[in-house]
Write a protein that binds this ligand. Structure first.
Ligand code: PLP
Length: 369
């Protein structure tokens, strides 16, 4: 019996081990921020923003950015219904109201027409989540934001390696957030990053992320606002520095895995895979297959078939509006419908062709039965 195929696993080499070991041995006292500051510098250089602030998670980075933007009670924040809970939880915690709009059939990202239709006088922000590495239409969203005086934010947790007109995901909105969770393209175990070009936002988030302690405040231990504690550990940042040194290889690896799936699944009718419409480049964090409606293939059939083949497969995100804490949005037909006939495929960094062929065979069999 072949081994169970995991859906994601980080790529950890001797470089990560060496940096983490160095941080554990020497990264204390005067050196306790060395890897953190280096990771912030190198990640900002990669994304192409002026500033980056390392955080304990992407969720924390989003909470800091939204708080620094002044999002609060009475404000509405528009986002796609198809999303992981992490993008909406900070909105709820700040007392603002999330507004869920439908997704596009090809990129599974928020539909700009629906965004525009959902704008009200209370709308403060649009959160563009680049789902599974697919880019949101940033031209349209930035234009809508500018015309209505609404802030556009990018949750680029799934979009390391993704580009829009040559610009990296996360670098175009008022701010961007990234996740370095163990399942993501770049990992620090748990961790995240806040990026921005805006010096005022950078200063506010720096202060908020350190319990409201303003770096310019002369008095020690003298917070001037009630902030948060969402900082990254130096040992985690050390692993992140090694990952960012290898970021081109990690991104290329994801694209290679996607291309192999395309080749292996070629000729199978009734399915579609992650899209890459112009002018985007897709980092392909998570290869995904959506079965056409008339195939009759369902999420439950897919979970069952992959389970029997000893392969981890992940359900396509449930629409947030179908979760018990939110109100239903039956008008979001694409978000509801696609989730019922789609599955995420395994794509861990060191996945070999044989393992991918095993995954492809399951899809071939389902489509035949
Ligand atoms: C993974 C993910 C997050 C959460 O990241 P954490 O680091 O676990 O907080 C947020 N948004 C999206 C789109 C994600 O995929």
């Amino acid at each position: 019996m072949a081994d169970r195929i995991a859906y994601t696993k980080p790529s950890i080499t001797e470089l990560e081990v060496a940096y983490a070991t160095d941080a554990a041995r020497n990264g204390w006292g005067a050196h306790c921020y060395d890897y953190i500051h280096r990771l912030e510098r190198e990640f900002a250089a990669h994304v192409g923003t002026r500033y980056a602030i390392a955080t304990s998670s992407c969720t924390g980075a989003m909470q800091l950015g939204l708080a620094a933007t002044g999002i609060g009670p009475g404000d509405e924040v528009i986002m796609a219904d198809t999303n992981w809970i992490a993008s909406v939880a900070p909105v709820v915690h700040l007392g603002a109201t999330p507004v869920f709009v439908d997704i596009l059939e090809d990129t599974w990202c928020l539909d700009p027409d629906q965004v525009e239709a959902a704008i009200t006088p209370r709308t403060k922000a649009i959160i563009a989540v680049h789902l599974y590495g697919s880019m949101c239409d940033m031209d349209r969203l930035l234009d809508i934001g500018a015309r209505h005086g609404v802030v556009v934010i990018e949750d680029a947790a799934e979009a390391i390696g993704s580009l829009w007109r040559g610009k990296r995901a996360g670098s175009m909105g008022a701010f961007g957030t990234f996740s370095f969770h163990g399942t993501k393209t770049v990992t620090t175990g748990e961790g995240g990053m806040f990026v921005t070009d805006d010096p005022a936002l950078f200063e506010r988030v720096t202060t908020l992320s350190n319990h409201g302690r303003d770096p310019k405040e002369p008095r020690q231990f003298f917070p001037t606002i009630t902030g948060y504690k969402f900082k990254m550990a130096n040992v985690s940042a050390a692993i992140g520095c090694a990952q960012v040194e290898r970021i081109s290889e990690l991104i290329e690896g994801k694209r290679t895995i996607m291309q192999r799936y395309r080749d292996l699944l070629e000729g199978i009718n009734g399915i579609s895979l992650n899209a890459e419409p112009k002018p985007s480049v897709n980092g392909y964090w998570m290869p995904t297959v959506v079965f056409d409606r008339d195939t009759g293939v369902t999420r439950e059939m897919l979970i069952d078939a992959f389970g029997q083949a000893d392969i981890d497969a992940r359900v396509f995100f449930w629409p947030l509006s179908e979760l018990p804490m939110f109100s239903p949005c039956p008008q979001n037909t694409a978000a509801r419908d696609i989730a019922g006939r789609a599955i995420n495929l395994p794509s861990y960094h060191d996945m070999d062709l044989d393992a991918q062929a095993r995954v492809a065979e399951v899809i071939r069999q389902i489509n035949r039965s």
